[in-house]
Design a protein around this ligand. Structure first.
Ligand SMILES: [Zn+2]
Length: 233
């Protein structure tokens, strides 16, 4: 199964073949897909699957045993080995891409360990290990928007995972292990600003994110502080 979103996050329509249907769960597996499966704090894509003019809604996309599963509302006349057209809900996905890239920027300006995070359509958040309460909302908002305006380019590269073992400082998340496939790891680079392992989808330049508003900074336990952020549109 080819993950089309890894090489082109902007691909929102694609052709594919159904390789497996699990009828009782309304699960569909494709030979290739642009649907991102829920993982790493980024929600799964929703959208449509079309065959011969009939449309089926993709309600959720998840990962199971390293396979991408499309959960649909109805199987209609879909069969294994038939060709389909997939269309992802671009409004939803593009917002997730902008939010996701914003969280990388946030991570780059807060020199603390990341303990959790969640990307959403309306707002997103990152939790940091901040026992000394070093995080300052106004300072963050100014810094992160300067990075957006500087229009840094976002690119991906794939390296051998042993290289990462030699550079453990690249892994900013304390709880999440970076996705690893065939001893290779995908890195996401934002110009000279940020480099970290990530399997998600991002915009190609930081200006696409638009203005970022830092919301409430919440205390979550003794050590953890949660930074909420929203986009202006
Ligand atoms: Zn990412």
């Amino acid at each position: 199964m080819v993950k089309l979103f890894e090489n082109d996050a902007y691909l929102n329509q694609f052709e594919a073949k159904i390789i497996k249907i699990i009828k009782e769960d309304k699960h569909i597996e494709l030979n290739q897909t642009a649907f991102y499966a829920k993982s790493g704090g980024q929600p799964g894509d929703k959208g449509e699957i079309e065959r011969a003019g009939s449309k089926i809604q993709v309600l959720e996309t998840i990962k199971e045993n390293n396979k991408i599963i499309h959960i649909v509302d109805d199987l209609k006349d879909l069969e294994e080995n038939c060709d389909i057209i997939g269309k992802i809900n671009w409004d939803l996905r593009y917002k997730h891409m902008r939010m996701h890239t914003a969280l990388h920027l946030l991570c780059s300006i807060v020199p603390l360990g990341v303990t959790g995070g969640q990307i959403g359509y309306e707002k997103s958040r990152l939790d940091f290990n901040d026992p000394d309460k070093l995080i300052d909302k106004e300072e963050l908002e100014e810094k992160i928007n300067l990075l957006v305006e500087d229009n840094h380019t976002v690119t991906t590269e794939v390296i051998e995972s042993r290289i990462l073992e030699e550079k453990p400082e690249l892994v900013r998340t304390m709880s999440v292990k970076p996705p690893q496939v065939d001893s290779k790891i995908r890195l996401v680079r934002i110009g000279e600003v940020d480099l970290q392992p990530c399997g998600g989808t991002h915009v190609k330049s930081t200006t696409e994110i638009g203005k970022i508003q830092i919301g409430k900074i919440e205390n979550k336990g003794k050590m953890n502080r949660r930074i909420n952020l929203q986009l202006s549109s």
